[in-house]
Design a protein around this ligand. Structure first.
Ligand SMILES: O=P(O)(O)O[C@H]1O[C@H](CO)[C@@H](O)[C@H]1O
Ligand SMILES: O=c1cc[nH]c(=O)[nH]1
Length: 246
C-alpha cells in the first residue's frame, strides 16, 4: 500500500529526486507550463503538487504555503519521499535601492529572523545554500542573461508589524539584499535532514516601496515582477538540469 505523507499527500512511489518549491499554490500551475506531461499529484491544505519532466528529468513542483512552520513540514515530508535537492522559487522585498522589480536574488545564505528554524537548532548554526546548486544557478543566470544578485537575504515571520520599515532599513544597511519568509527554515532544516537546498527570489517590492501595494500589483499581474517569476521558474529548472548533468 502506498504510504502517503500526512500533509503533502505524496509518497515514495513518485520516485523523484528534485523539487521546486514556490510559496503560492497558484505558482505551481505556472511551473507546470514549463514541464512535459505535468500531472496533478495532490492538493491538501497549502500543499499543491504536480509532477512532470524538464528536459527528461523528473521534477516535483510543490507549494510550501507562507512561512517557516508550513515550510518545515514540507521539507520533512519531502525528505521522507526521497527528495534529494529542493529549490525554492519565492517572492521577496528588496532591501537595497539598486535591486529592481523583477530582478532575481540567488540566496547564498539567510539571516535567521524566523521562529521555526530556532526550534530545531540555535542561531549560531548558519542558514546557507548548497554550494553545488548555488554555483549551478549562478552559471545558468549568466547564460540566460537575467538581472540577478547573489548574497544574503533575511527571513522573517511577521508581515505587517509596525516597525517593519525600520527593521528593513537596518538589514539593508548591513548589506542584506532582500526579505522573505521561508529561506532560513528551508536552509537550516534542509541541511539538518541532508537535503540540498537553494532559494531563488523574485523581487516584487522595491526598497522603500509600500509592501502592500507592491504585492498587490504583483498578484494582479501588472508589472515586471510577473516576468521575474517566469525567469525564476526557468532558472530553477535550468539549475536542476545543469546540476543533474554535471
Ligand atoms: O511568494 P512566496 O513564495 O510565498 O514568498 C513570499 O510571499 C509571501 C508573502 O507575500 C511569503 O511567503 C514570502 O516569503
Ligand atoms: O516585502 C516583502 C515582499 C514579499 N515577501 C516578504 O517577505 N517581504
Amino acid at each position: 500500500m502506498e504510504n502517503f505523507e500526512p500533509h503533502i499527500k505524496c509518497s515514495r512511489e513518485l520516485d523523484v529526486r528534485y523539487a521546486v518549491i514556490p510559496g503560492d499554490p497558484m505558482r505551481v500551475d505556472r511551473i507546470a507550463e514549463h514541464l512535459d506531461n505535468p500531472q496533478l499529484v495532490a492538493f491538501n491544505r497549502e500543499y499543491k503538487s504536480i509532477i512532470g519532466y524538464y528536459k527528461g528529468i523528473k521534477v516535483l513542483a510543490i507549494s510550501s504555503g507562507i512561512g517557516g512552520p508550513s515550510t518545515a513540514i514540507a521539507i520533512e515530508e519531502l525528505k521522507n519521499i526521497g527528495i534529494e535537492s529542493a529549490i525554492r522559487i519565492g517572492s521577496c522585498g528588496a532591501l537595497l535601492k539598486d535591486i529592481k522589480l523583477g530582478d532575481l536574488i540567488i540566496s547564498q545564505a539567510a539571516v535567521r529572523d524566523d521562529g521555526t528554524s530556532k526550534t530545531y537548532i540555535k542561531e549560531i548554526y548558519p542558514a546557507v545554500a548548497d554550494i553545488d546548486l548555488l554555483n549551478a544557478s549562478i552559471e545558468c543566470a549568466k547564460t540566460l542573461k537575467y538581472n540577478y544578485h547573489v548574497g544574503i537575504v533575511r527571513s522573517h515571520d511577521s508581515f505587517y508589524i509596525d516597525d517593519e520599515e525600520k527593521i528593513s532599513r537596518f538589514w539593508g544597511s548591513k548589506n542584506i539584499l532582500g526579505s522573505d519568509m521561508e529561506t532560513s527554515s528551508l536552509y537550516v532544516i534542509g541541511r539538518l535532514r541532508g537535503i540540498k537546498t537553494l532559494s531563488i527570489l523574485n523581487v516584487v517590492v522595491e526598497n522603500e516601496e509600500n509592501t502592500k501595494e507592491g504585492i498587490g500589483s504583483y498578484v494582479n499581474g501588472l508589472d515586471a515582477a510577473v516576468e521575474g517569476e517566469k525567469r525564476e521558474i526557468i532558472l530553477a529548472l535550468e539549475t536542476i538540469y545543469k546540476y543533474h548533468n554535471k
